[in-house]
Design a protein around this ligand. Sequence first.
Ligand SMILES: NC(=O)c1ccc[n+]([C@@H]2O[C@H](COP(=O)([O-])OP(=O)(O)OC[C@H]3O[C@@H](n4cnc5c(N)ncnc54)[C@H](OP(=O)(O)O)[C@@H]3O)[C@@H](O)[C@H]2O)c1
Length: 288
Amino acid sequence: MTEEMQNRTRQTPGAGPVLVTSGTGKTGRRVVERLAAREVPVRVGSRRGEVPFDWADESGWEAALSGVEAAYVAYAPDLGAPGAPAAMTAFGQVVRRCGVRRLVLLSGRGEPDSVVAEEALRAASGDAELTVVRSAFFTQNFSEGVLVEGVRGGELVFPAGDTAEPFVDADDVADVMVSALCGESGAGRVHELTGPQALTFTEVAVELTGATGREVRYVALAGAEYEQMLVGYGVPAAEAAFLAELFTTLLDGHNAAVTDGVKQALGRDPKPFARFAAEAARDGAWDA
Ligand SMILES: NC(=O)c1ccc[n+]([C@@H]2O[C@H](COP(=O)([O-])OP(=O)(O)OC[C@H]3O[C@@H](n4cnc5c(N)ncnc54)[C@H](OP(=O)(O)O)[C@@H]3O)[C@@H](O)[C@H]2O)c1
């Protein structure tokens, strides 16, 4: 692409807003902050967002996408979940009707089921430019997500065995998303994002012990034990089974290799886990 063409396709002042689905979540919130800092108009779409948007109810999608230039697509509960391909097809059809020019899709790294959903969106959304970002496990799962209470309580109970995972920081993911949403580097491509180093959960526990100043230990569970634990906490049986299967498959070792996806997209290195942990501790993520 020539420089002139790149300039033409970039997000320009006066263009329509960007719809950010899951705009209150771990990546969506960061995408919203970054777009606002660039003075790009944003619609925060989620069940609790300023624009009502529910992945389980198509009736609000057309209003949310009407007049929109670009959309950040973060499907809930997970792009690898059984309902995701049908939802991506239906969403892509609305994208096409509304003339949305650019889509940036959050996907999971090394998840064949998520690739099916990616392709469903690509097939349904016509000429819209599609960027796919396949991300490793977020470091923020330890500070804002499924594992935050475990860190506070000193025990990471998870079905990860001794597998290493190259955790990636949601700040880095959001930077890649915003670059693509604004038609800059990496737009229209498929990215595989990881952090700079693969760590086992035992090594993560050591990092978190150092960052919090309190002992955090890792307790490995089999998938079936984890599923039973979730059911015991009141998670519906089907969701518990899906999550146990998702985590044990993701963390079976096939995703352990580090990629240079952040460097390729942004020209800089990703954030190390130790820096994430120090920043989260400083910001009070694990305070009582
Ligand atoms: N967590 C990871 O490590 C990771 C890694 C790679 C990819 N992903 C992908 O990231 C996506 C988000 O997962 P996450 O765990 O990180 O969650 P999250 O984005 O932190 O939180 C969930 C978000 O989804 C919204 N949401 C939940 N149910 C919704 C619904 N029915 N309709 C519309 N919005 C809904 C929530 O807002 P409201 O409650 O306001 O609706 C919230 O903004 C998934 O597609 C997952 O596959 C996650």
